[in-house]
Write a protein that binds this ligand. Structure first.
Ligand SMILES: NC(=O)C1=CN([C@@H]2O[C@H](COP(=O)(O)OP(=O)(O)OC[C@H]3O[C@@H](n4cnc5c(N)ncnc54)[C@H](OP(=O)(O)O)[C@@H]3O)[C@@H](O)[C@H]2O)C=CC1
Ligand SMILES: Nc1nc(=O)c2c([nH]1)NC[C@@H]1CN(c3ccc(C(=O)N[C@@H](CCC(=O)O)C(=O)O)cc3)C=[N+]21
Ligand SMILES: [Mg+2]
Length: 285
């Protein structure tokens, strides 16, 4: 048996064409959505992600606002850029690319953002709204994963999901989305303190691998016919490597590969958050 592909690249292309229509409608009513990115330092990975985000914006007709700071930037300098984007009427939503260089306090920066302009859904207010079930921008990677599963009609109602990794961008928030009544999954959140990862993974109908450990999910910890999403990314000399070992393709029913799975969906959800923020702006004026 060979797993079928959860094609995030193709699904993201569909979502982008849907968004382009909504952007046109907004523009016809005088609202021009714009995405800002704040990039601090010279991490090549971060630069490449941010470039990709601006390419996506161009595709759907969203304006790009780019702010770059050297890795010597002070906390005050980063915060000044955040204040500026909070006030900028052409900036509908923005992200601060994480991680920030050592010595900068990411939480203080996130806290300072206008929660209504938080395109990542990572502002404490928006994470709080998610916990309370209130309308808010949702964290992009978890939302992308849920959207990908929905578009392939993978059943979530009652599904046992094993999430590997409790990072703030992926593992920690995805349980909040999957356990909403509308999704109704049962989630086990694993991390380095988990006693028996194999047991939890083997029981799961769906595995979300978001640890950032190359090849962590081997075929022997996957139940035959499971759905496996490869979120983790490790940079090696041979290129980017996911958390899911290639042998899993012989065991699982569906795999979201890295690349071509969750990454493009993350970017499509960032655009979705910006379009939705613009639509909320229109509705409230
Ligand atoms: N494709 C995409 O769109 C995206 C991909 N990513 C990638 O996803 C990965 C996770 O990102 P992020 O959450 O920010 O990373 P973090 O480093 O914040 O979190 C990684 C988590 O994995 C856990 N972990 C590490 N090793 C193991 C192990 N052997 N067994 C079980 N758990 C383990 C850690 O546990 P502990 O807490 O105990 O240390 C930690 O909770 C990264 O590789 C990142 O590059 C991130 C965002 C988007
Ligand atoms: N504030 C903030 N928000 C983020 O959403 C955020 C962040 N910081 N910091 C870093 C992580 C990582 N991340 C990715 C997004 C897309 C791909 C992606 O599109 N990947 C392609 C491959 C890309 C390539 O080949 O370089 C794919 O999987 O097909 C990957 C990783 C968002 N992150
Ligand atoms: Mg992190």
């Amino acid at each position: 048996m060979k797993a079928q592909k959860l094609d995030g690249k193709a699904t993201a292309a569909t979502i982008k064409s849907e968004l382009a229509v909504r952007v046109e409608a907004l523009k016809a009513q005088g609202i021009n959505p714009g995405l800002g990115t704040v990039l601090v330092g010279d991490d090549p990975g971060s630069h490449s992600y941010v470039r990709g985000k601006h390419r996506d914006c161009a595709e759907v007709g969203i304006a790009s606002i780019q702010r770059e700071l050297p890795d010597t930037a002070t906390q005050e300098e980063v915060e000044a850029v955040v204040r500026e984007l909070n006030e900028d009427p052409t900036c509908t939503g923005y992200i601060v690319q994480l991680p920030l260089p050592r010595g900068l306090d990411a939480n203080r920066v996130l806290e300072l953002m206008d929660p209504d302009k938080d395109a990542d859904g990572l502002h404490p207010t928006n994470l709080g709204r998610l916990v309370l079930g209130q309308d808010a921008p949702l964290p992009c990677t978890p939302r992308g994963i849920v959207e990908l599963l929905h578009r392939y009609d993978i059943p979530l109602n009652g599904a046992d999901v094993c999430v590997i990794g409790r990072g703030v961008t992926v593992g920690r928030p995805i349980g909040l989305l999957l356990t909403r009544r509308t999704e109704n999954a049962t989630v086990t959140l694993c991390h380095t303190g988990t006693k028996d990862l194999t047991r939890h993974a083997l029981e799961a109908d769906i595995i979300v691998a978001a640890a950032g450990v190359a090849g962590l999910v081997s075929a022997d910890i996957v139940k035959p016919g499971a759905v496996v999403l490869d979120v983790g990314i490790t940079r090696t000399e041979q290129g980017l490597v996911g958390d899911v070992h290639p042998e899993v393709l012989e065991k699982a029913a569906w795999v979201a590969p890295m690349p071509g799975g969750v990454g493009p969906m993350t970017r499509a959800m960032l655009l979705t958050n910006v379009v939705e923020a613009a639509e909320r702006q229109l509705a409230s004026r």
